[in-house]
Design a protein around this ligand. Sequence first.
Ligand code: ZN
Length: 160
Amino acid sequence: MEISADKVVLIHYTLKDDAGGVIDSSAGGEPLAYIQGHGNLVSGLEKALEGKQDGSSIAVSVQPAEGYGEFDQALIQRVPKRSLQGSGEIKKGMQFQAQTADGMRLFTVTGVMGDMVTLDGNHPLAAKTLHFDVQVVSVRDATAEELEHGHVHGAGGHHH
Ligand code: ZN
């Protein structure tokens, strides 16, 4: 079956950076299950998979614009510790959800100086070219319930 909108697709993938270092991989684990056309994957990878068949393998390099975006200096913010109250001790590496003009975004604490905290709302993979090796394991129609929930049920997906 061919990958097109509303198909449930299982893939094995390895994601590498420009230097060939592995950032993420499903190798040795369960394949990743997603629904095509629902923004479950970065757009460049979804685009490259459109029309592929089960069993096929692709290698694709995704530019930041179709990956996790360009680095945005405006997403580096310094805020007083008290604005993050209720979180206990603030430490580097902690993450907070915050409302921005573009909706909810995950911020990572990148520094703590006295009463001020530096937050970075850029995705860790922002500005990076993503090199994917993908093997299409299987393709099937999504159920009505899966389309309603926007995620895959059963093997490789949510279990509920
Ligand atoms: Zn569900």
